[in-house]
Ligand binder design. Structure first.
Ligand code: F6P
Length: 763
């Protein structure tokens, strides 16, 4: 959308032009009047001169009139010629005959005869301003009497073309000054409006935006056009801050009052809020279980990534259908003809329906538009997004595929559809266009950038419009909601309701709210505990030759947003600065290869492998190396064992929507006292305040945080971890899902009610 300042500039310019037009018109009229007056004065002057000349000649003419024509002409002829502006004279008898005329006027004697007649009729004088022989002439005719009886008429003719030229020159001069005055008026009006109104009001708008988005505590900007505006702004800011802190306090109190959510409680809640008639459908790109051929047999595996970690327990609890892309090479073989199978493979709780895409479609839609375009667009990791028109076409077509699969699944029934993540931004609108009665929620698992960053996307309007098909749109953080609404404000012609965080577009309304996603308690997963866990840990330590070193662990998809080089450099700096930890501190990175068809990901993998080698080469000693970079798709049991064995976990994302590894680590610490080192740029840092918060770009600070964690007193470790554990336990994934479903149900009810109220009012 164009800048918001533009309409104001145009308005002041329009005002300036209007004022200039009025001034121009008034001074123009005045100038016109002036020119006319001056011309009239000039004419009077000519008349005076003509009169005087007629007087000078009258004796000789009177005498000539008494003579016969030939003698009269001979007497008069030498005196009838003019000079310069006086063109000449003519003399008429009373019967209208021309007696004599100067050379310069004889050509238009008939016109002069008219003036002579007019003078005779008036019994004295007559004047005429007319054109003859291509010039403007002034004719003065005077009757000459002899003893009271008219004896003839003397006509004096002047060339007065110069009067027109003079009037024109004056007009041009006036016009020039009118133009100067008008331009000055425009400049004055535009300049003073900018100084007096626009500049202070723009500052006021910026201040209001900061107040809303960043919750600043500064007072309104100085120089507002009215004292009243200033005092009202002050009051508005105060009540805004008060409402915000009351809301925060109330919601904190309410949350603490509730108990821990369980799968059973979520299931009951889902039934109550959605009603039995609605089936639950989740649609995402990534599938929760993926089948691969290995040694001639199908193997099910759980893909890495927060989306699957979070939503699988929800579907296990509530049942329903999960529609996703079948990306595994044994996916077709492990599903029925319609791409369906029940999952988890060993404990069927819900249906997985796979959507098939061609390799070309997967390349354009998933690797291209989603992960080379939207992914870097939404993450501030200094990676340039790439947008290609053919990728966009695949993205649209693939979104249609997913939407069609959902509509197929719903048939004629009722359903609540939860659309997941940035790969499916167009699906909500597609669903609503086909079935306006569906309840559609969308959750965006990655950050939402500021409007300036998002507007890079050539299809920004289409993406926003697609998402705004949903009834409810969820992000991890309030900050992302704010950014999203700001983006809509800039990009779309829509109605924003900042009080309720809602957008109205094409007759539908979308609520936008934060839902910080979370994890399932480890106690519900079939992972080893007690002695078998101790055995597993011992085996892993032996297998990886970890010895008795203090272990810090990281678990990530290998992605440039995760800050792995920064993490390795902090480990190296720790060992450089505090040599006493060489041989006593080991960092284990469980890295899952991800999106490896994208060159940037392959380069990144090569780079971090080389970096780990370089650091190991520099510091390793017999039987010990500082970094164990274990690249594989690690299963949940292995991840859990590492999280339990490590007294420290490091999450160093450069930007991350939430980062569930941080919460997984805390959830694995039941009764434990591990230390979490967490990037301030991961969404999880907002909730996990007892972690050691670091800026991953600041290697010195990061290395110091590692040292602080290594040396932290047992009491402090325990106290911090207890608070972290309580936070994650209370705000688990079931609570997240329950909050989302309640909000979706509530939002929908409100709209239904509005519609039925309108219908009643209309009938
Ligand atoms: O944390 C969630 C998430 O990052 C998703 O946004 C993403 O879909 C997933 O994890 C992992 O990425 P992919 O599906 O490309 O493997």
């Amino acid at each position: 959308m164009p800048s918001q300042h533009r309409p104001r500039t145009t308005r002041s310019l329009r005002l300036g032009l209007l004022i200039a037009a009025v001034i121009g018109l008034a001074t123009g009229l005045f100038a016109w009047h002036q020119v006319r007056n001056e011309r009239a004065i000039d004419l009077e002057d000519v008349q005076r001169r003509a009169h005087a000349l007629a007087q000078q000649l009258s004796d000789r003419v009177l005498h000539a009139l008494t003579l016969p024509d030939a003698q009269a002409r001979a007497l008069l002829q030498p005196r009838l010629e003019g000079y310069q502006r006086l063109l000449g004279y003519a003399v008429f008898r009373t019967d209208g005959r021309l007696l004599a005329a100067g050379k310069a006027v004889s050509d238009f004697a008939d016109k002069l005869a008219g003036a002579a007649r007019a003078a005779q009729q008036s019994g004295g004088e007559a004047t005429q301003l007319t054109r003859a022989a291509g010039i403007r002439i002034y004719v003065f005719a005077q009757v000459l009497p002899v003893k009271g009886t008219p004896a003839g008429v003397l006509v004096v003719v002047h060339d007065v073309s110069y009067l027109d030229d003079r009037a024109l020159a004056r007009l041009a001069q006036y016009a020039f000054w009118v133009l100067i005055v008008s331009l000055l008026a425009v400049a004055l009006v535009v300049g003073s409006t900018w100084f007096v109104y626009e500049r202070p009001l723009t500052k006021l708008a910026d201040w209001m935006r900061r107040l809303r988005v960043e919750n600043v505590a500064e007072s309104p900007p100085p120089g507002l056009p009215s004292g009243r505006l200033r005092s009202e702004s002050d009051r508005l800011a105060a009540s805004f801050r008060a409402a915000r802190s009351t809301g925060r306090a109330l919601s904190e109190a309410a949350l603490h009052a509730e108990q821990v959510w369980t799968p059973e409680r979520l299931r009951a809640h889902a039934l109550a809020s959605l009603g039995e008639a609605h089936q639950l459908i989740v649609v995402s790109n990534r599938e929760p279980y993926l089948h691969q051929w290995r040694d001639g047999r199908q193997h099910a595996m759980v893909p890495a990534g927060g989306l699957v970690t979070a939503l699988d327990p929800v579907l296990r609890a509530c049942g329903g259908v999960w529609i996703a892309h079948g990306a595994g090479n044994a996916d077709r073989a492990s599903a029925d003809a319609e791409g369906r199978l029940t999952v988890p493979p060993d404990d069927a709780r819900y249906t997985l329906k796979r959507v098939w895409l061609t390799r070309e479609e997967e390349q354009g839609y998933y690797y291209g538009f989603s992960n080379e375009g939207l992914w870097p667009l939404c993450h501030l990791a200094h990676e340039r997004p790439v947008f290609r028109v053919e990728d966009w076409e695949h993205y649209r077509r693939a979104n249609h595929r997913f939407a069609d699969a959902v509509l197929d699944e719903v048939g004629k029934g009722k359903a609540v559809v939860l659309v997941q993540d940035y790969q499916l931004a167009l699906v909500p609108r597609m669903l609503k266009e086909a079935r306006p009665d569906l309840r559609v929620g969308m959750f965006w698992h990655i950050p939402w950038p500021n409007p300036e960053a998002f507007r890079i996307c050539p299809w920004d309007v289409e993406i926003l419009d697609g998402m705004l098909g949903a009834d409810l749109l969820g992000f991890h953080l309030q900050q992302y909601c704010n950014n999203f609404l700001d983006t809509v404000d800039r990009v779309l012609e829509s109605k924003l309701d900042w009080d309720h965080f809602a957008v109205e577009l094409r007759g539908s309304r979308t609520r936008v709210r934060p839902f910080p996603i979370s994890v399932q308690p480890w106690s519900e997963r079939h992972v080893p505990a007690d002695e078998s866990l101790a055995r597993q840990i011992a085996e892993l330590k032996t297998h990886h030759q970890l010895g008795n070193a203090f272990i810090a662990v990281g678990v990530d998809r290998i992605d440039y947003t995760k800050g792995l080089p920064e993490r390795f450099r902090a480990v190296a700096r720790l060992l450089e600065k505090y040599p006493q930890y060489r041989g006593r501190f080991t960092f284990v990175e469980l890295g899952a290869p991800s999106r490896t068809h994208i060159p940037r990901y392959r380069e990144h993998m090569d780079m971090i492998e080389a970096l780990a080698d370089e650091i190991n080469w520099k510091y390793q000693s017999e039987g010990w190396k500082p970094i164990h970079f274990l690249v594989a798709q690690h299963d949940a049991k292995t991840v859990h064992a590492f999280l339990r064995m490590a007294p420290m976990c490091v999450v160093s994302s450069l930007h991350d929507g939430m980062n569930l590894v941080a919460k997984e680590y805390v959830a694995a610490q039941s009764g434990g006292d591990g230390v979490l080192v967490l990037s301030e740029f991961a969404g999880a840092a907002r909730e996990l305040a007892d972690a050691l918060i670091v800026n991953p770009y600041d290697t010195e600070q990061f290395a110091e945080a590692l040292r602080y964690g290594l040396e932290m007193a047992a009491d402090e470790r325990r106290a911090r971890m207890q608070r972290l554990f309580r936070q994650v336990e209370e705000h688990n994934i079931y609570r997240w899902a329950a909050n989302f479903l309640s909000a979706l149900a509530a939002e929908r009810t409100t709209v239904d009610e509005t519609i039925s109220t309108r219908k009643i009012a209309a009938s």
